[in-house]
Design a protein around this ligand. Structure first.
Ligand code: ADP
Length: 325
C-alpha cells in the first residue's frame, strides 16, 4: 500500500486530532503517503482532500475538535454513494482508509470495505456507547469537562441551598452521566439503561437526605432519558420544587461538553489506536475496527463488532446509588 486516506465522521470528539496525527506519522514511518479527507464521507464523495505529512500534523495533538473537519452524510447509507466513493478513492490512488467516528461511521467503513476499499475504523465519540470497545476517544476529556462544569454549579447551589438538575449529553447511553454523577457527588442519577421512578429515585431521595442535614442537591440526567421518555430537566426541576419545597434549577450542558483540549488518556489512546489502524492496513487487513479491552489495544471484524451488545456496569450503578445517601 502506497497511499491511504484518513477521515473523521459523525460527532466530533477531543482526541480525534491525536488519532489523525498518529495515522499520518505511522504511515510516514512505514513509507506511505496520507490524504486527509475533509468533512467525513461527504468530503470523500466531493474529493475534498488535503495532503497530510509528518510536519503539517504538528501542533494538533493538544487541540479539541477535528482539524480535518467532520460532517454527517445521510446519502452514504445508499449503495450508489458508497460505489461512487470507492471509485473516487481508486481514481486518487487511495488504497486504504482510516475512519474515526462512531458506530454509524463504522457502517460506512464496512460498506466501503465490502465494495473494495479496505477500511479500518477507530472509535471516536464522547459517548463511549460503542459496543465492541471498553473505551472511545473523547470520553475521558468530556467526563472531566462535565465534572469541572458541575463543580462550578455546586458552588452556587450550595450557597443558595438549591437543587440543580443537569442534563448531560451522551446520545442514548448513560455512561457519561453515571461516571460524572459519581465524580460530582450527585444525589440522584437518571440514565436510559436503568428503569427509574422520579418519585422514588429523586423526590424521596432528596427528602431523605434533606432530613439528615443535606441542603443542596445535584441531580444528573442523561439526555437519553429525554430521548426515550420525553421528560425534560426543567420539568424534573419543577416537580422537585413543588414536592420538596427545595428551590430547583435546571441546565442543559449541551455542546460545551464536546470541546476542550484532550486529556492525557485521550491523547495516548488516540495515538495507540491511530498507530494500530495503519499497521492493520499495511498488513493487508480490511473491515476491522481498533478496540480497547482493559488496557490492551486490539481489533475486531466490523460486522461482528456491530452485532455485540453493551450493557451498563451494574456494579458501578449500585455503587453510585449506595454512596449517594
Ligand atoms: P457516528 O459515526 O458518530 O455514530 P452518525 O450515526 O451520524 O455518527 O454516522 C456518521 C455518518 O456515517 C453518517 O452521516 C453517514 O455518512 C455514515 N453512516 C451512518 N449510518 C450508516 C449506515 N447504516 N450505512 C452507511 N453509512 C452510514
Amino acid at each position: 500500500m502506497k497511499k491511504i486516506g484518513v477521515l473523521t465522521s459523525g460527532g466530533d470528539a477531543p482526541g480525534m486530532n491525536a488519532a489523525v496525527r498518529a495515522v499520518v506519522r505511522t504511515a510516514c514511518y512505514l513509507g506511505m503517503e496520507v490524504v486527509g479527507v475533509r468533512y467525513g464521507y461527504k468530503g470523500l464523495l466531493e474529493e475534498d482532500f488535503i495532503e497530510l505529512n509528518m510536519r503539517n500534523v504538528c501542533d494538533i495533538i493538544h487541540r479539541g475538535g477535528t482539524k480535518i473537519y467532520t460532517a454527517r452524510c445521510p446519502e452514504f447509507r445508499g449503495e450508489e454513494a458508497v460505489r461512487k466513493a470507492v471509485d473516487v478513492a481508486k481514481k486518487n490512488g487511495i488504497e486504504g482508509l482510516v475512519v474515526v467516528g462512531g458506530d454509524g461511521s463504522f457502517r460506512g467503513a464496512r460498506d466501503l470495505s465490502n465494495f473494495g476499499l479496505p477500511c479500518v475504523a477507530i472509535p471516536g465519540t464522547i459517548d463511549n456507547d460503542i459496543v465492541c470497545t471498553d473505551y472511545t476517544i473523547g470520553f475521558d476529556t468530556c467526563l472531566n469537562t462535565v465534572q469541572a462544569l458541575v463543580d462550578r454549579l455546586r458552588d452556587t447551589i450550595e450557597s443558595h441551598s438549591r437543587c440543580m438538575v443537569v442534563e448531560v449529553m451522551g446520545a442514548r447511553a448513560g455512561y457519561l452521566t453515571l461516571n460524572a454523577g459519581i465524580a460530582v457527588g450527585a444525589t440522584a442519577i437518571l440514565i436510559p439503561e436503568i428503569p427509574y421512578d422520579i418519585e422514588k429515585n429523586v423526590i424521596e431521595k432528596i427528602r431523605r437526605t434533606a432530613s439528615t442535614g443535606k441542603h443542596h442537591f445535584i441531580v444528573m440526567v442523561a439526555e437519553g432519558v429525554r430521548f426515550r421518555d420525553g421528560i425534560t430537566v426543567d420539568e424534573i426541576a419543577k416537580k422537585i420544587e413543588e414536592e420538596t419545597g427545595v428551590e430547583a434549577r435546571s441546565i442543559v450542558l449541551g455542546h460545551i461538553q464536546r470541546g476542550g483540549s484532550p486529556s492525557v488518556r485521550d491523547r495516548v489512546v488516540a495515538s495507540q489506536m491511530g498507530h494500530k489502524a495503519v499497521h492493520l492496513l499495511h498488513e493487508g487487513k480490511s473491515n476491522r475496527v481498533v478496540v480497547m479491552h482493559g488496557e490492551t489495544i486490539t481489533d475486531h471484524d466490523i460486522n461482528e463488532a456491530l452485532e455485540m451488545s453493551k450493557t451498563i456496569d451494574k456494579d458501578l450503578y449500585n455503587c453510585a446509588m449506595e454512596i449517594s445517601l
